[in-house]
Design a protein around this ligand. Structure first.
Ligand code: SF4
Length: 332
């Protein structure tokens, strides 16, 4: 681990100022905000993350889950994953989020990990964490060891010739199905970004995973008012039953009226370079009956354009079955 400067912020303006100052104080210096530290500390020990300044944001007043006047929900960036998963409103109105959070990591990690940190969770690609190997995400321009190497767990959707790393978060998949909005504060002010626009596919710049600028702080996430009578399911398929990342997952939010699907949101995890919403699958489902053939057509649409790598061709069928099964569970 390299030397870094450690500071603490007590409110949002101070944190944002610390981020901005850190950038100007030293040319090219990197600032990282630390909350639970469940990703950042690991990566600093591995020399993957080498920030010049680490700003502790644990004292910021961003640890509440609050109902909004419009009926939606405001989730502070510092709300711990375990608190969010067990929040009564989340369990009642946004159960896909609770299910996704509880399927991830271990109880100890969920007690530390925060909403903001989970949004920024880094890939589990083995080459990203090994600084002896080429990795465009860690060292732009160095190459991608995974394309000709170990890629069984990596992406079949959204990849490029420069990176096929998956986004490892379960929470992000549920937030995508719920159409969350990410609220950001930075040196240039505040802005709100729909989650569908927050994450970036790698293209030729895999080191850029989202729209955050240096020094930007995620302050909270909002969810729209819950749709009445929706059924919500998060189904996660993995190599072992706990403390494991998804090979394929599906977050489903559906509403059924008079035997037909009147509302559908489908998002997938474990198979793509970002949380992957499939509007194509949603279109197939809309106004259709609860029919296994329709579910399969939706799954085919969701995986249309998948590009399997040398070791992960099995994910195409696995992801389709995951979507079909999750739709079956959600619609009873
Ligand atoms: Fe690095 Fe992405 Fe290639 Fe993995 S897939 S080695 S993270 S560039």
């Amino acid at each position: 681990m390299e030397m870094f400067r450690f500071t603490k912020a007590v409110d949002v303006p101070q944190a944002v100022q610390a981020g901005a100052q850190a950038k100007t104080a030293q040319q090219g210096a990197q600032v990282r905000f630390i909350a639970g530290g469940t990703t950042l500390l690991d990566l600093m020990k591995l020399n993957v993350e080498r920030p010049a300044v680490v700003v502790d944001i644990n004292r910021l007043p961003l640890d509440k889950v609050e109902k909004l006047p419009n009926g939606g929900l405001k989730i502070g960036a510092l709300v711990r994953n375990s608190d969010l998963a067990h929040d009564p409103i989340v369990q009642r109105d946004y159960s896909v989020l609770s299910q996704a959070l509880l399927s991830g990591a271990s109880a100890q990690l969920r007690n530390m990990a925060t909403t903001g940190g989970n949004l920024l969770q880094r890939t589990r690609c083995v080459y990203f964490r090994n600084d002896a190997m080429a990795c465009n995400k860690r060292e732009p321009g160095s190459g991608c060891s995974a394309i000709e190497g170990e890629n069984r767990t990596l992406a079949i959707l959204g990849g490029s010739k420069d990176c096929i790393a998956t986004n490892p978060s379960d929470m992000n998949v549920a937030l995508t199905a719920l159409e969350a909005v990410v609220h950001i504060q930075g040196a240039k002010g505040e802005r709100d970004v729909p989650i569908g626009e927050f994450f970036l596919v790698p293209g030729s710049t895999p080191q850029r995973e989202n729209v955050l600028e240096p020094g930007d702080l995620i302050t909270y996430v909002t969810l729209p008012p819950p749709k009445t009578n929706t059924k919500q399911v998060y189904l996660k398929l993995r190599d072992r039953a706990s403390y494991e990342f998804a090979l394929a997952s599906a977050a489903i939010v559906v509403e059924v009226s008079d035997g037909k699907i009147s509302y559908a949101r489908v998002a997938m995890g474990g198979v793509a370079t970002k949380p992957w919403r499939s509007v194509e699958a949603e279109r197939v489902l809309l106004s259709k009956g609860l029919d296994a053939k329709v579910f399969r057509q939706a799954a085919e649409a969701a995986l249309h354009g998948a590009v399997p790598q040398s070791e992960n061709g099995f994910k195409v069928e696995l992801a389709k079955r995951c979507v079909v099964h999750a739709l079956g569970m959600a619609t009873g």
